[in-house]
Design a protein around this ligand. Sequence first.
Ligand SMILES: CC(C)(COP(=O)(O)OP(=O)(O)OC[C@H]1O[C@@H](n2cnc3c(N)ncnc32)[C@H](O)[C@@H]1OP(=O)(O)O)[C@@H](O)C(=O)NCCC(=O)NCCS
Length: 181
Amino acid sequence: MILGKRVRLRPLEREDLPRFVRWVSDPEIRAHVAQYKPLSLAQEEQWYARNLEAGDTQSWAIDAHREQTTADPWEHIGVCGYHVIDWRNRSGEVGIIIGAREYWSQGFGTDAMQTLVGWGFNTLNLNRVHLHVYADNARAIRCYEKVGFRTEGCLRQANFHNGVYRDALLMGLLREEWRSS
Ligand SMILES: CC(C)(COP(=O)(O)OP(=O)(O)OC[C@H]1O[C@@H](n2cnc3c(N)ncnc32)[C@H](O)[C@@H]1OP(=O)(O)O)[C@@H](O)C(=O)NCCC(=O)NCCS
């Protein structure tokens, strides 16, 4: 486990996959991520098998700690990870989805991203973490700013969505700028 404040990151298990398929079948979630079409469970299982084969995957399930304790206080609410790592330049690109919408805007995304970034700087020995976000995703941009990401550039009309082009922002965070608390 990689522990945050109210979240933990853990390896993805096969039984997590149907939840992920359900999340990306939600148009409101897909509107914000590069995965623009729904996925079948078989496609998701193929992706999972390829990751297992590749070995050193940096994709994590996000579990939230629920206040009302039940037998298992942890609930799987999303996924996050490093899609691409450039080991020579010590730079990684991250992504995150909180798929359980009822958890949005309660600080879980910020906690998970802070934990993922800390893992990158303190364990993977990265020097830079960056991400792409569509310019109309105000919640995500605010979340990334709270972690310390700065907007580094605007990729004009980089994404076609709902019949119109929209901009994508490149946001980045350097190890020397990062505060772990
Ligand atoms: C983006 C995402 C990871 C953020 O996680 P989260 O748990 O919802 O975010 P947090 O609660 O930690 O932070 C969100 C912040 O944005 C604010 N916010 C919410 N909606 C907002 C809006 N429409 N405009 C501006 N700010 C907004 C929240 O109030 C909060 O800020 P605050 O703590 O200063 O009040 C999550 O919402 C998500 O997965 N969304 C769907 C998929 C997605 O967008 N993935 C990211 C692709 S780049």
